[in-house]
Design a protein around this ligand. Sequence first.
Ligand code: AMP
Length: 224
Amino acid sequence: MSELNLILLGPPGAGKGTQAERLRADFDVPYYAMGDILRAAVKEGTELGREAKEYMDRGDLVPDDLVCRVIVDRVDSAEARDGFVLDGFPRTVAQADALAGAVASLGRRLTAALSIEAPDEDVIRRLSGRRMCDKNGHVYHVEFDPPKNEGFCDQDGSVLVQREDDREETVRHRLEVFHDQTKPLIDYYARQGLLRRFDGTRAPEEVHGHIRATLATLRLEEEL
Ligand code: AMP
């Protein structure tokens, strides 16, 4: 496969970020996580960050025009020439259309949309127990992956905090937003023959194995 242009779909907390990290290690393509890009913008106090913050804190989506611009620039950058992994984008049909336009204008096409799926109750349990280190974003879970010293990062000793939008009420709202605005993309990509589905309740290694097998099959099909 000459290029690997992948998007990751799925509810918040399904494990998209974990799988994206692994794909990045496997394929050496840049990884663009919209949520990370926006959180960095908020931290730096850029115009994008100032505009995005209130939506993010409420668990609402940031307006399409703001996020589309960011991703279209990334997809069109030199480092993404051989492909990219997008996590958390697109999240609406308008975003998916904008991405399709950007990819087509470069004479390229998407390789696959990987949908990592998990029931709402699992997502709520995973996200409401998630803690992140303040300094470098290392991720823990109070129940499933606790740090050695409660409240502090094993890797850099900085304090662990809960993301504003990981509080249970906000997680429930993010899930509603996912069902209303992002789930239609499952059909959108299925119609285009790009959708591949994975069970996000499985262990991360297992999900990763399934994704690799799927990508290997796609590569074989492309060579036929
Ligand atoms: P995430 O870390 O992917 O869960 O994203 C955190 C928050 O960033 C979301 O709840 C939204 O407020 C915002 N966000 C991330 N990606 C998008 C997107 N594609 N469109 C709009 N808002 C987004």
